[in-house]
Design a protein around this ligand. Structure first.
Ligand SMILES: *Cc1c(COP(=O)(O)O)cnc(C)c1O
Length: 480
């Protein structure tokens, strides 16, 4: 493909994308295919002679679209949202064109510096404490990770290195292995599976603190576990608190947990993957109170802030803790500038070496929506979830299972897990809307998450009418 064909095909692709998203409501939200559907539809090996672009484009509707789950359909209410906006898509195109690998400042200064400034912009939108910002060339700063999972893992690994160095400074005879055997990290029993996974990858024990009646981790439960474990000779070093859990969007009590972590010298990491975006609205900012106790904080603009995947925003108070944890400087990666202020070598902050120019899509989105536009977007989603909540509450057959704070409603039929499993199965087999379940304690619960950028009240109403119909069928089948 030469540049003149690229010009033509590029414009066609933009039209295809706009048509796809404009017409997405007309597509069935969940595909009809069975596992293995795709292999028989394409050749067993790559073509020896080139195909034409026409051939490829024609295959999209034939081969790809039949197997796509349409995450941006206004009838998609599963998981959590994944962000999508036109400015972000265009920025990603530019990112592909520049195609730099910004592992160090010198590897592409704009890639590093725009990221540092965008993370400060975003930190200011959230009113993060200044200690997390790079703006004053202080000790803090932000970095774009690929996912919240990576952010949690990086925080845990940095905390692990820090505690090992501290203990070895006190007792030089202690080996790393001897220390690691006794290290223990904590999160609530409602934390995302990626936290447990960080413990597995990091080779340390991770203990689940029982959450309270509102599915929140409380200071007293954490303190109890700490006392018990310390008495048993273990070494607590890390706590991952969640703001906006994946199951039901509950909030750990930072004002209780934070001071304990500071007093006990435990690294406090906050995972606000979904809920973090809402903190740009003054009326939701109080949910972030206590962040001042944290060592690291993370949320995903790629979930709810219109910046397409991947863009996970992570801040640390002491960049050196992260950057020096696993620092290697081979000659081919060295350059003549000191790592300070804007001159950041982000490779030290993350697991891979290579990194894309992801801050471009933040820059495009923040400028084209403005903070006010982004706030309005969050508010609309929250309002729609409350609308769904009130519909559920008006129907005595149903119950709401957790407080609705942001864009997620957990609900179920009053009755057995079996009847709720049957309801979900019926809903997802009909494929008119798409939902996923969760367990809250031993209850099987349906999650209704406001997801699509284009979802309106009418879609929520249609979804609720449909759920009621499916529920009537299930309840009738039960009576037989
Ligand atoms: C979605 C989610 C994650 C995982 O996010 P990734 O960016 O896909 O790793 C982690 N924690 C919480 C609370 C989440 O909701």
């Amino acid at each position: 493909m030469n540049s003149s064909e690229f010009r033509r095909r590029g414009k066609e692709m933009v039209d295809y994308v706009a048509n796809y998203l404009e017409g997405i409501e007309g597509r069935q939200v969940y595909p009809d295919v069975e596992p293995g559907y795709l292999r028989p539809l394409i050749p067993a090996a790559a073509p020896q002679e080139p195909d034409t672009f026409e051939d490829i484009i024609n295959d999209i509707e034939k081969i790809i679209m039949p197997g796509v789950t349409h995450w941006h359909s206004p009838y998609f209410f599963a998981y959590f949202p994944t962000a999508s906006s036109y400015p972000a898509m265009l920025a990603d195109m530019l990112c592909g064109a520049i195609g730099c690998i910004g592992f160090s400042w010198a590897a592409s200064p704009a890639c590093t510096e725009l990221e540092t400034v965008m993370m400060d912009w975003l930190g200011k939108m959230l009113e993060l404490p200044e200690a997390f910002l790079a703006v004053k060339a202080g000790e803090g700063g932000g970095v774009i990770q690929g996912s919240a999972s990576e952010a949690t893992l990086m925080a845990l690994l940095a905390a692990r290195t820090k505690v090992i160095h501290r203990l070895q400074a006190e007792s030089p005879e202690l080996t790393q292995a001897a220390i690691m055997e006794n290290l223990v990290a904590y999160s609530s029993d409602q934390a995302h599976s990626s936290v447990e996974r960080a413990g597995l990858i990091g080779g340390v024990k991770l203990k689940a603190i029982p959450s309270d009646g509102n599915f929140a981790m409380r200071g007293s439960a954490l303190q109890e576990a700490l006392e018990r474990d310390k008495a048993a000779g273990l070494i607590p070093f890390f706590v991952a608190a969640t703001l906006g859990t994946t199951t039901c969007c509950s909030f750990d009590n930072l004002l209780e947990v934070g001071p304990i972590c500071n007093k006990e010298d435990l690294w406090l990491h906050i995972d606000a993957a979904y809920a973090g975006s809402a903190f740009i609205c003054p009326e939701f900012r109080h949910l972030l109170n206590g962040v001042e106790f944290a060592d690291s904080f993370n949320f995903n603009p790629h979930k709810w802030l219109l910046v397409n995947f991947d863009c996970s925003a992570m801040w640390v108070k002491k960049r050196a803790d992260l950057a020096n944890a696993f620092r290697l400087d081979p000659t081919y990666l060295k350059h003549s500038h000191q790592d300070s202020g804007f001159i950041t070598d982000y490779r030290h902050w993350q697991i891979p070496l290579g990194r894309r120019f992801r801050s471009l899509k933040m820059w495009f989105v923040f400028r084209m929506y403005g903070v006010k536009g982004l706030q309005a977007y969050i508010r609309k989603h929250v309002q729609l979830s409350h609308e769904f909540e009130s519909l559920v509450r008006q129907d005595p057959r149903f119950e709401i299972c957790a407080e609705v704070t942001l864009g997620l409603v957990c609900f179920r039929l009053k009755g057995s897990n079996k009847v709720n499993e049957a309801l979900l199965q019926r809903i997802n087999n009909a494929k008119k809307i798409h939902l996923v379940p969760c367990h809250l304690r031993d209850k099987f619960v349906l999650r209704f998450a406001i997801c699509s950028r284009t979802v309106e009240s009418v879609h929520v109403q249609v979804a609720w009418e449909h759920i009621k119909e499916m529920a009537a069928d299930v309840l009738q089948a039960e009576r037989k």
